[in-house]
Design a protein around this ligand. Structure first.
Ligand code: BG6
Length: 484
């Protein structure tokens, strides 16, 4: 028997910064992500993450001398391909398309009083194209992108100034698009600042008086308030809209069954779920406040924040799911609590070529855990396998590995729905190839559709259907029944 409701929203996800390109069209301003350069693998300091930006690297990028390679500026050229792209999504039978809005396409520096009409029109056109095929847009208001002017002037989300500047932007979105968009998410992965204050907040650690972890929590505090104010406004003027919040969900396993390992794992989970506590229940938990105090996390709480958070909570919970982690209470294996990247390996699961653990069972675990705790509708808004694909000479791409990955995750999701989890939908990440976030590289692909472009922007940017394209089409047509 099929367990997915007939209303289940199957689809795929993108972000404006990674997908749109057209960085200098429609009078768009530059964002902090437009200054993340591509670093080839053999030049990466730890071979892994390049999104934590150093002073030297940032200042070099800000010179913007034309010699540097900035993949975000190119994206996958959605701006000029959007009709073709949405037609491809429609061919797969997409019920929803997750995308985000570029803050700088609407407010180039973030400080303008009125939005840029050309930018406004672009998103009207995109939504109209979606509706032409019966595709429901799922819109993330901000997928990390901060106007670079606000990084320069305020060090991004470290400053409370960003709250009302963002609310001006988010109110514009609601006023302008409330009749075209029902499903909204305020912030992409609001816990991203813990991984990189630059990526998640447009904030440079070297410019802050705070230590890195305090800065990350400060950024999130301001984002929680911006989100709550947005939700209050949306609930007031657009009650038909459903507004959710989103985290990068990192289910954690204890390294052993030693009680100290388990205790650290419980704290880790409380920190990972802190954004849900704040945005769905309307308050920081006592446990998290105690942790802040004991760990010396220095947050300047905004006056009246408790009332603001309490008065407007979300309609659904969204998360991205890529991997699970292992944590240990032992001093020699211990890592920063709340840090999104951990190094301990789980010997029971495989990893992808980028070292990300592949754990479909973890998805069922996490869905059950979240639903048990919050009893709210859940939306999986990112999941997928980053892999290096090969475009064959006849235009085909044989990505059986991606089909295997998605099949197992959809099975796990199906079990969770049968367990009673209220799941609204599933949007796989990067449904059409786009540059990766962590490495700004094109070689790590997630899509059902191949985009002919490399790490340096060489290529035609033509689109090609992969084998997974035809497979996902069947999955959607059978409402998740046919996974063969
Ligand atoms: C999520 C982000 O963290 O993971 C996306 O919301 C990102 O922007 C995705 O692309 C996958 O990560 P990566 O580094 O493989 O692109």
């Amino acid at each position: 028997m099929n367990v997915f409701p007939s209303t289940f929203l199957w689809g795929g996800a993108t972000s404006s910064a990674q997908f749109e390109g057209g960085y200098n069209l429609h009078g768009r301003g530059l964002s902090h992500l437009d200054f993340i350069d591509f670093v080839p693998k053999d030049e990466r300091p730890d071979g892994r993450m390049t999104m934590e930006i150093t002073q030297g690297r940032f200042e070099n990028a800000r010179k913007d001398d034309g010699a540097m390679n900035f993949p975000y500026r190119r994206g996958s050229e959605f701006v000029s391909h959007y009709k073709e792209d949405i037609a491809l999504l429609a061919e797969m039978g997409f019920k929803t398309f997750r995308m985000s809005i570029s803050w700088t396409r609407l407010f180039p520096t973030g400080k303008e009083e009125r939005p840029n009409p050309e930018g406004i029109q672009f998103y009207h056109d995109v939504f109209a194209e979606c509706h032409k095929y019966g595709i429901e847009p799922l819109v993330t208001m901000i997928h990390h992108e901060v106007p670079i002017a606000l990084t320069d002037e305020y060090n991004g989300w470290e400053s409370p100034e960003l709250i009302d500047l963002f609310v001006k932007f988010s109110r514009t979105l609601i006023d302008e698009y409330k009749d075209e968009v029902t499903y909204w998410i305020t912030f992409n992965e609001i816990n991203m600042a813990l991984c990189s204050p630059y990526m998640g907040g447009g904030s440079l650690v070297y410019r802050s008086k705070k230590d890195r972890l305090s800065l990350a929590h400060q950024i999130m505090h301001h984002q929680f308030l911006a989100s709550a104010k947005t939700i209050a406004y949306a609930h007031d003027v657009a009650p038909q809209c459903k507004i959710g919040c989103m985290i990068a969900r990192l289910e954690c396993y204890p390294y052993t069954c030693k009680p100290t390992d388990v205790a650290v794992t419980v704290l880790e989970d409380q920190l990972n779920l802190n954004p849900y506590d704040v945005m769905a229940r309307g308050a920081y938990s006592k446990r998290v406040l105690r942790y802040f105090n004991e760990a010396g996390i220095d947050i300047d709480f905004v006056d009246g924040y408790e009332d603001i958070l309490r008065s407007s909570t979300v309609d659904f919970l969204a998360f991205s799911y890529y991997m699970t982690y292992v944590v240990s209470g032992d001093e020699d294996k211990r890592e920063n609590p709340g840090d999104l990247i951990k190094n301990l390996r789980n010997p029971y699961i495989k990893t992808n070529d980028w070292g990300w653990g592949i754990d479909p069972e973890g998805l069922r675990i996490t869905l059950n855990r979240i639903y048990d705790r919050y009893q709210m509708p859940i939306f999986i808004v990112e999941n997928g396998l980053g892999a290096a694909d090969t475009l064959e000479s006849d235009g085909t791409v044989h990505d059986a590995y991606r089909i295997d990955y998605l099949r197992e995750h959809i099975r796990a999701m199906r079990e969770a729905v049968a367990d009673g989890v209220d799941l609204m939908g599933y949007t796989t990440w990067g449904c059409i190839d786009l540059p990766s976030a962590s490495l700004a590289e094109m070689v790590k692909r997630y899509g059902f559709v191949y985009v002919d472009a490399d790490d340096y922007g060489n290529g035609t940017y033509d689109r090609y259907r992969k084998d997974s394209f035809y497979w996902y089409k069947k999955v959607i047509a059978s409402n998740g029944e046919d996974l063969d």
